[in-house]
Design a protein around this ligand. Structure first.
Ligand code: ATP
Ligand code: MG
Length: 375
């Protein structure tokens, strides 16, 4: 899968620009604050339907403008497709595939797939469980767009259950026993589906990431990624549902006291171990970086397995964070995949052959080769 071209109008600091990309490595280079990440953000928007920087749609529109858009031509085994997103300060976004307006986000998801690696991901291992859950969920959503609706439905049910818990706490009674039974039932059902899909995904990620990690450290250490939150022996949606229901019943009194639900996929986490030791506590910076790069490459492999083609890889500003061997891997050893790499101009890009180089300055994109150093 490749993105052939993009046209941005009033997107962040980009007034009106078009760019064409090659099927291999595309390097976006230039000084700080010129619009490199903004372009990556626009490309990733086409895969996820939202900004990866947590920005709301209206914040993506150029200051003091009312409307903006991302238009692109995507090529995949299914042929070429035009994707367009129109964003406005006043109205909800509009999405078009081949100029036909679509109403559901899940119809859009999966048309274009991308794996993103930014400096924020470098804290994935040390960061909060929320970040690790988001990593897993956004990877699954691209493969199974229905998963978005499931997560949305679950969060609504969770809100309702928590509201009921708070009402019990306030009234100091549980008049509506049937109500809590109902919400326990609803929550367990969706929780089981989410946990089951996440676990399946993590199992696949673990086996692929292990291979990359092995090759990065010449087989000296083993990487292990597992889903934590539910015992391993509880397998399949039916058993998970029973387990969750039982936990919800057991913890009801403490949940009422806290006004929140203590069991479920909203509390689960990923456990990452290197050489049998918990990575969060014991791994060096370098080990963590190799581990995250392995997870990102593994994400791409799973996407390839599912659809028969590789997603587009977006490496925003991470090259200088990696050691020479990992840099070499990204610049020279990722073959037959479309890759975007951003960075400030420096020696890192000098050796890359056959790449398309785009110079970025003040929101303007210009095809330009990097001048040899010293000129
Ligand atoms: P760095 O090398 O520091 O990562 P970059 O080239 O990746 O820089 P971007 O993150 O793409 O920089 O941002 C470029 C500029 O976009 C910033 O100066 C920022 O102020 C500007 N910007 C962000 N949002 C908007 C917006 N809505 N309207 C206009 N400009 C914006
Ligand atoms: Mg940037």
């Amino acid at each position: 899968m490749q993105i052939k071209s993009i046209r941005l109008e009033n997107f962040r600091n980009i007034k009106s620009q078009s760019a064409e990309f090659c099927d291999g490595i595309n390097i976006l280079y230039g000084n700080n604050a010129q619009g490199k990440t903004n372009l990556v953000e626009a490309v990733y928007y086409l895969a996820c339907g939202k900004s990866f920087r947590g920005a709301r749609d209206k914040e993506l529109i150029m200051f003091s403008e009312k409307e903006g858009s991302i238009s692109s031509c995507i090529s995949s085994q299914k042929g070429e497709n035009d994707l367009q997103v129109k964003i406005s300060t006043q109205n909800p976004k509009e999405i078009y595939i081949n100029r036909v307006k679509i109403s559901k986000m899940r119809e859009f998801m999966g048309t274009f797939r991308a794996v993103l690696f930014t400096p924020e991901h470098l804290s994935l291992i040390k960061g909060s469980p929320f970040e690790r859950r988001s990593f897993t969920d956004s990877a699954i959503c691209q493969l199974k767009p229905k998963f978005i609706s499931l997560l949305f439905e679950y969060s609504k049910i969770l809100e309702q259950r928590n509201a009921l818990l708070r009402a019990y706490r306030q009234n100091d009674s549980q008049n509506g026993d049937q109500m809590i039974e109902y919400w326990n039932y609803m929550l367990s059902k969706d929780a089981a589906l989410i946990i089951n899909q996440r676990r399946e995904y993590i199992k696949r990620l673990d086996s692929k990431a292990k291979e990359f990690y092995n090759s990065f450290c010449n087989g000296k250490e083993t990487l292990k990624i597992s889903y934590s939150g539910i015992p391993d022996e509880i397998e399949g949606p039916g058993k998970i549902e029973k387990y969750i229901t039982q936990k919800l019943e057991e913890n009801l009194q403490s949940d009422i006291k806290n006004g929140s639900t203590s069991t479920g996929p909203h509390r689960d986490d990923l456990t990452v171990e290197i050489g049998g030791k918990l990575s969060k506590l014991y791994s060096s910076q370098g080990q963590q970086r190799s581990c995250i790069l392995s997870m990102k490459l593994a994400e791409g492999e799973i996407s390839h397995e599912e659809s028969g083609e590789y997603p587009v890889f977006l490496f925003d500003d991470i090259l200088s964070e990696l050691d020479l061997e990992r840099q070499d891997y990204i610049l020279h050893q990722i073959h037959s995949k479309q890759v975007f790499i951003t960075g400030c101009i420096d020696y890192l890009f000098d050796s890359v052959k056959g790449a398309k180089k785009i110079y970025v300055e003040k929101g303007v994109y210009e095809d330009r080769d990097i001048s040899p150093r010293g000129q």
